[in-house]
Write a protein that binds this ligand. Structure first.
Ligand code: FAD
Length: 150
């Protein structure tokens, strides 16, 4: 169980980088791709969505870095690492899905980078303990499971 703290922090950290790269290449692609006379990126729906995604990734990054710093100081970070694992498992389903939407047919092929992340990143919500299990751990840490306090 102790080893899971590192595994969950690792899962969050490496996936933050991947999600950030996906957002970055999607910004570049939608800036270059012209449809109906203007870059895709100039559609407010698209640049607002990219903004929200980058805010979500930044929030997760700050939380994860904070957990890592506390872990290195020897603090108990079970609650934070489990929360980060739950959030990354959710975010990594949302971001590749939206990015693929904006790439359209250009990255639809199974072998393409965005499609591949959409498929492979599903692991994050299952491996190392499924999201439902993370929620049970968080509830236990918060002392809100039925039947009593921590
Ligand atoms: C690609 C991949 C790589 C993996 N690599 C490794 C590895 O290297 N080492 C290793 O040890 N394991 C590895 N695993 C296994 C992984 O840890 C397990 O898949 C994970 O713990 C879930 O267990 P399970 O698959 O037996 O699902 P089950 O326990 O059968 O659960 C199936 C689903 O039911 C739901 N669920 C489960 N429990 C609850 C609950 N209490 N409340 C509500 N819902 C629940 C969840 O949605 C869960 O996904 C890997 C899995 C995958 C998919």
């Amino acid at each position: 169980m102790e080893q899971f703290q590192e595994e969950r922090l690792f899962g969050a950290t490496r996936t933050i980088t991947q999600m950030q790269e996906l957002i970055d290449i999607t910004i570049e692609y939608t800036r270059d791709r012209v449809a109906f006379g203007k870059p895709l990126l100039d559609n407010q729906w698209i640049h607002y969505h990219l903004t929200e995604m980058s805010a979500d990734v930044q929030a997760l990054r700050s939380m994860t870095y904070d957990a890592v710093a506390r872990y290195v100081r020897g603090e108990d970070v079970k609650l934070m690492t489990t929360q980060a694992k739950l959030l990354v498992g959710r975010l990594v389903r949302k971001i590749p899905d939206w990015c693929l939407q904006f790439w359209g047919r250009a990255d639809f092929l199974w072998e393409s980078r965005v499609s591949r992340m959409l498929r492979d990143s599903r692991l994050l919500a299952i491996g190392g303990g499924a999201n439902e299990v993370q929620m049970a751990i968080i509830c236990k840490e918060l002392g809100i499971l039925p039947g009593g306090r921590k």
